[in-house]
Each structure stands twice: as structure tokens, then as C-alpha cells.
Design a protein around this ligand. Structure first.
Ligand code: DX5
Ligand code: ZN
Length: 218
């Protein structure tokens, strides 16, 4: 079953509550919240207070993607704000195993995110601990970028690693996912799909999410 996770980075922030209710009503499965620190990525977005605000308007799981350096000291704040899933970047964590444990000890699902140029070898000794892996299919920092095609091979390789190790991790793909790319992403082995501009730039969220879901059910 495909998990469609609209990224609120492309929502209209002047009516954020309404936008979240609208995608929930339109059939979204998770709400993807992109946290950027202006250091790990060249952009700044929002932090725990926005997660807390989102929690008040939806019952959907909040999927918090931390594009920040040294996430450990902020993880408790995101947990307290209502995160149901938290992903941290392999490139940003010196003690990745400890960070994953910290998330899971808080009864929150843990994911590791990897940038397009980061090899999957960084996951080999942690894959069995993970609830999900977030493969970036654009360089993180902004919505509306073009999907990087080499991600398709990477998804297949990750699916093989998961199979080999018997890991329970699911594969989430983030960046440039939309009507022309989602089917290939699903065929390669992903089951969780983050889509920002592909959903929020369209007039009818229900129609868009239904269409994305159909393309993703392979
Ligand atoms: C990029 C973020 C993505 C972004 C996706 O740094 O992690 O979640 O919002 O946006 P689209 O779907 O427009 O590429
Ligand atoms: Zn994201």
C-alpha cells in the first residue's frame, strides 16, 4: 500500500492549518515536515513550534525530516511537539547509531536520510535497526526541483540490501516525485512517497493524490 506524504514546504503558509486539513481530507497518509537549519542545507524553514501547530489540526502521522546538523539535542523537542516519525541525515550524524536509538527510545519511528551523492554503504551497519530509509532524489534544501534519475538504481540497490538483511525498513523517496516520476520510483521498490509541489501546486488535491496513488500501486 503506497504511503503518500505531502510536504508542507510547498503549502501556503498563510493558511497552513487549512492546507493540512485539505490534504488530509484529500486522502494523504502522512504529513511530511521539512526542517532546515541554514547550515546542513542552504535554506531555513521551521522547527518544533510548527510541528506542534500541525499536531493540533490533523490526526495523520507527522513525518519530520531533519535537515540539520547535530540533531540529537533537538530530537526531544520534536518528539514533544508530536512527531510520529523522525528522519536524520547520515551525513549530519557523527554517531548515527546513537541518534537512531535516541529516536526509538522515544517511541518514535526512526529513519535515516541519504543525499543523492551519498553511497548506500553508510547504511550497511544500521539498516536492521531502521524503520525507514529516506532516499533523497534531489539535493535537499528546496521544493520544486527536478528528480535525479540515478535514484532509481539506488532504490533497487537499497531494496536488495533490505531483502538480504531481513530489515523491516521501508523505502521513502523525497524530491521531484510527481505524476511523471512516481511510477518508476514505485517499480524500483519505494512504498512511501513525499510530494510537495506536485500536490500543492494543483487546484484539486484529492484528484492529484488519487492519481499519484494509482501510479504508485504497482
Ligand atoms: C527537499 C525536501 C523535500 C521537498 C520536496 O529538501 O526534503 O521534502 O519539500 O519537494 P518537491 O516534492 O516539490 O520536490
Ligand atoms: Zn523532505
Amino acid at each position: 500500500m503506497a504511503i503518500i506524504a505531502p510536504s508542507i514546504l510547498s503549502a501556503d503558509f498563510t493558511i497552513l492549518g487549512k492546507e493540512i486539513s485539505a490534504v488530509e481530507k484529500a486522502g494523504a497518509d502522512w504529513i511530511h515536515i521539512d526542517v532546515m537549519d541554514g547550515s546542513f542545507v542552504p535554506n531555513i524553514s521551521y522547527g518544533p513550534i510548527i510541528v506542534d501547530a500541525c499536531k493540533k489540526v490533523t490526526t495523520l502521522p507527522l513525518d519530520v525530516h531533519l535537515m540539520i546538523e547535530h540533531p540529537d539535542h533537538l530530537i526531544p523537542d520534536f518528539v514533544k511537539a508530536g512527531a510520529d516519525l523522525i528522519s536524520v541525515h547520515a551525513e549530519a550524524c557523527t554517531h548515527l547509531h546513537r541518534t537512531v536509538q535516541l529516536i526509538q527510545e522515544s517511541k518514535v519511528k526512526a529513519g535515516v536520510a541519504v543525499n543523492p551523492a551519498t553511497p548506500l554503504t553508510c547504511l550497511e551497519w544500521i539498516i536492521e535497526e531502521l524503520d525507514f530509509v529516506l532516499l533523497m532524489s534531489v539535493n535537499p534544501g528546496f521544493g520544486g526541483q527536478k528528480f535525479i534519475q540515478s535514484t532509481l538504481d539506488k532504490i533497487e540497490q537499497l531494496a536488495a540490501l533490505i531483502e538480504e538483511t531481513g530489515s523491516r525498513a521501508i523505502i521513502q523517496v523525497d524530491g521531484g516525485v510527481g505524476p511523471t516520476t512516481i511510477n518508476g520510483v514505485a517499480k524500483a521498490g519505494a512504498t512511501s512517497f513525499v510530494a510537495g509541489s506536485a500536490i500543492f501546486s494543483t487546484p484539486d488535491y484529492a484528484q492529484t493524490i488519487t492519481m499519484l496513488r494509482q501510479q504508485a500501486e504497482v
